[in-house]
Design a binder for this molecule. Structure first.
Ligand SMILES: Cc1cc2nc3c(=O)[nH]c(=O)nc-3n(C[C@H](O)[C@H](O)[C@H](O)COP(=O)(O)OP(=O)(O)OC[C@H]3O[C@@H](n4cnc5c(N)ncnc54)[C@H](O)[C@@H]3O)c2cc1C
Length: 398
């Protein structure tokens, strides 16, 4: 698909018969929704009175329609597009925060504004260059990094966070910001089991199963981003969110950065990141699920690309929900903290602070405004704004 809207509309019409006008209307609505409503939800703390006592809220109320709040994203897409292909394509945006388009609110129809209207961007060097750029910027600003130094506990005194324990050593500070999954922050760092358990009332977002394949040949028909959709999208999501297992015809996403930067793979070869959405870890037999998924993915890709894909796999690494939890500390290996599969999900997500422990702030994918790299960065910005106004945030409870 093209990022240029006219080219994309023409391509969509030619490939699926979807009228260009439907796409233009959808993207205009997405833009309005993002600018009028999204701004409140992704750039502000929802847990401060001043966020709601603002003229922005009136504008948002005028823009929001019943379907954005009380219908699913799938319903919005069914009423916006005529063809099943366009509906499925735009349903996929729910997975950008690990949710189910048949349950998540129509509000998520604002996401395509970012991708289609503002464009998709590729950071030179791949995603790691965003991390490196932030690291260098922070160093320039005087931040000191201590790697391989897990925080064991947050020290509290008189209802305040006053530092952390690392390697048995007390390090005192004016404030503490935890980027660890908020569930583990409460359970392990603050040691408030009851608070941690309360967080489990919210459904976790989906996780992922990834095969990193070094391919022995190049596939000119593939691009940087490639999606091979399931024929039964709803059934696939029912398997992920209701049955807690994998569907035999999964939607397969393949990312190939060597399409952008030839140096990412040897000449004539490609680096494939092959991902399917899977449920968060609830103790499933991941070894068996991995094998079944690998076979289903290979059958599907071989059929669609008309070559025996397995024959071209030179190297393989894997990542599953258990490994994701072990490596990142994201509870149950969820990619995006809690899901958006309910109308109130945005409000139920934990705030970026807690008035039970003053001076303690939270950022990252498990707290407001949610998971995914852009929103995690927004959470960090919201925290930095909150730190500047301690007297305000202490008045509210979460
Ligand atoms: C395979 C995969 C693909 C993804 N694809 C996308 C995508 O295409 N687009 C997108 O937007 N998002 C994507 N995501 C999701 C995105 O990566 C996450 O939502 C985001 O990185 C979460 O950020 P975070 O800061 O909350 O957690 P993390 O990035 O996991 O950072 C948490 C950090 O805290 C550290 N930590 C944990 N506990 C402690 C402790 N006690 N002491 C000290 N340090 C600690 C961890 O080591 C880690 O470095 C993907 C995730 C995965 C796993």
């Amino acid at each position: 698909a093209f990022t240029n809207t006219e080219a994309f509309a023409a391509e969509l019409e030619e490939a699926t018969g979807e009228k260009a006008g439907n796409l233009y209307r959808y993207l205009q609505n997405a833009q309005k929704l993002y600018e009028d409503v999204g701004d409140i939800f992704v750039n502000q703390s929802l847990h401060l009175r001043k966020t709601w006592l603002n003229t922005r809220v009136l504008r948002a109320l005028k823009t929001v329609r019943y379907a954005h709040l009380f219908s699913s994203l799938n319903h919005v897409n069914e009423t916006s597009f005529d063809t099943p292909e366009a509906r499925q394509l735009f349903n996929r945006y729910a997975t950008y925060n690990g949710s189910n388009p048949y349950q998540a609110p129509g509000m998520l129809s604002l996401i395509p504004h970012l991708e289609q209207n503002l464009g998709t961007w590729y950071p030179e060097g791949g995603m790691i260059s965003i991390t490196n750029a932030l690291y260098e910027l922070a160093e320039k600003k005087g931040v000191e990094f201590h790697f391989n130094s897990p925080v064991e506990r947050i020290i509290q005194h008189d209802g305040r966070a006053i530092g952390v324990v690392v390697n048995g050593e007390n390090i005192l500070s004016d404030i503490v910001v935890s980027n660890q999954d908020v569930y583990f922050s409460y359970k392990k760092l603050v040691r408030q089991e009851a608070k941690a358990k309360k967080l489990l009332r919210q459904e976790r977002s989906s996780s992922a199963l990834i095969f990193y394949w070094g391919m022995k040949k190049s596939f000119p028909e593939l691009h940087l981003h490639n999606i091979f959709f399931s024929k039964a999208y709803k059934t696939e999501f029912d398997h992920i969110f209701k049955k807690g297992t994998l569907y035999e015809d999964p939607t397969v996403y393949i990312n190939i950065t060597s399409k952008m930067e030839a140096g990412h793979a040897p000449a004539g070869k490609e680096n494939w990141f092959v991902m399917i959405n899977v449920p968060a870890n609830k103790g499933q037999d991941w070894a068996a699920l991995q094998e079944a998924a690998r076979k289903n993915i290979l059958d599907k890709l071989s059929r669609m690309l008309q070559v025996p894909v397995e024959d071209y796999i030179g190297t393989e690494e894997r990542l599953d929900p258990v490994m994701i939890e072990a490596r990142t500390g994201s509870y149950m290996g969820s990619l995006y903290g809690t899901s958006s599969n309910s109308r109130m999900a945005a409000f139920a997500r934990h705030a970026n602070f807690t008035s039970y422990i003053k001076g303690l702030y939270f950022c990252g994918g498990s707290v407001h405004p949610g998971g995914g790299i852009p929103l995690c960065l927004k959470s960090a910005r919201i925290v930095s704004q909150l730190i500047g106004e301690p007297s305000r945030h202490q008045k509210h409870r979460h």
